[in-house]
Design a protein around this ligand. Structure first.
Ligand SMILES: Cc1cc2nc3c(=O)[nH]c(=O)nc-3n(C[C@H](O)[C@H](O)[C@H](O)COP(=O)(O)OP(=O)(O)OC[C@H]3O[C@@H](n4cnc5c(N)ncnc54)[C@H](O)[C@@H]3O)c2cc1C
Length: 265
């Protein structure tokens, strides 16, 4: 990891055990060495969504919730909208940002790329004040210290279909992960538990761009473990494509058409 991050031009420092404990006094005294990424930051996803909602409100963008799209409406190889079991929505441009559920949507004879759910369970602890400065990774998982004293522990990676439940085994794995990084956390009760489904494409890469077969139909998903951090860049690429017809090089790399090519060979 040190080598490839260095060769990619990212800042990275090798810390001894003593230096590690100076930087993060609450990590395990068993630590032998660590890598320090000065430019590694974090995003509070709950606040990010509040901000997005606020942005939508201020810019008269309507968010329609609890409307499960079952079918895309396609006319003469052109998208004209989408429908739920009870309602039709018409639009000249449609972007599928439907995560792990994308492949469940019907699109007449046109087949959408396969995206499958990979469950991730997380737990959190609550402390009165912030104990850690940075996100801390171990070979098993990671802890994320939030400004309000919460410490998130992630995450399981499970191929179990559309099942968002928490399991005892998952909770135990996460507790052990946290305690390995910082044994002192063993004195705390688990504050929250939750699970989500990450969207995963057959080759593990995002799917971003237009479909050659259906005009004005776009897709932006399958960011798997990095969809929050990559959301601003994906949104920028999609907006530039739709509004200005600008083609980012990423649209080529992550195009949905790559699965068509793979199927044909
Ligand atoms: C435990 C866990 C930890 C994670 N940690 C990180 C992290 O540290 N950093 C990071 O960058 N990413 C992380 N991720 C991954 C990140 O959450 C995903 O990559 C990201 O949410 C995917 O975004 P998306 O918009 O494609 O899908 P989603 O966020 O799943 O959004 C899809 C939306 O579409 C809606 N939808 C689906 N089908 C339909 C339909 N038919 N009609 C209408 N609406 C529909 C869903 O209800 C949902 O609201 C984590 C994920 C998990 C589970």
């Amino acid at each position: 990891r040190y080598e490839w991050q260095k060769s990619a031009g990212l800042q990275i420092e090798h810390l001894t055990a003593r230096e590690t404990l100076q930087a993060e006094p609450f990590v395990s005294p068993d630590v032998r060495e660590s890598l320090f990424f000065p430019n590694d930051w974090q995003v509070e996803n709950r606040r990010l969504l509040f901000a997005l909602e606020k942005y939508a409100e201020l810019n008269c963008i309507k968010i329609i919730e609890n409307a499960e799209i079952s079918n895309l409406l396609i006319e003469k190889n052109r998208i004209i909208g989408a429908e739920t079991e009870t309602e039709k929505f018409f639009a000249p441009t449609v972007v599928l940002a439907t995560g792990a559920w994308t492949s469940l949507i019907k699109a007449e004879s046109f087949i959408l790329p396969q995206v499958k759910p990979i469950r991730g369970q997380m737990i959190s602890f609550q402390t009165a004040k912030r104990l850690f400065q940075k996100v801390i990774y171990s070979p098993r998982g990671y802890i994320v210290p939030r400004a309000d004293g919460r410490i998130l522990v992630g995450a399981t990676v499970e191929d179990v279909g559309f099942d968002k439940s928490m399991t005892d085994a998952g909770t135990e794995f996460l507790r052990e992960t946290a305690l390995e990084i910082s044994p002192g956390l063993g004195n705390l009760e688990i504050h929250e538990k939750w699970a989500g489904l990450r969207p995963f494409a057959a080759d593990g890469l995002p799917i971003i761009g237009a479909f050659a077969e259906v005009e004005n139909l776009f897709i932006a998903t399958a960011h798997y473990r990095n969809g929050i951090l990559l959301a601003p860049l994906t949104a920028k690429i999609m907006a530039e494509k739709i509004a200005e017809n600008l083609d980012s090089e990423y649209l080529k790399i992550f195009s949905p058409q790559r699965f068509r090519a793979a199927r044909a060979t």
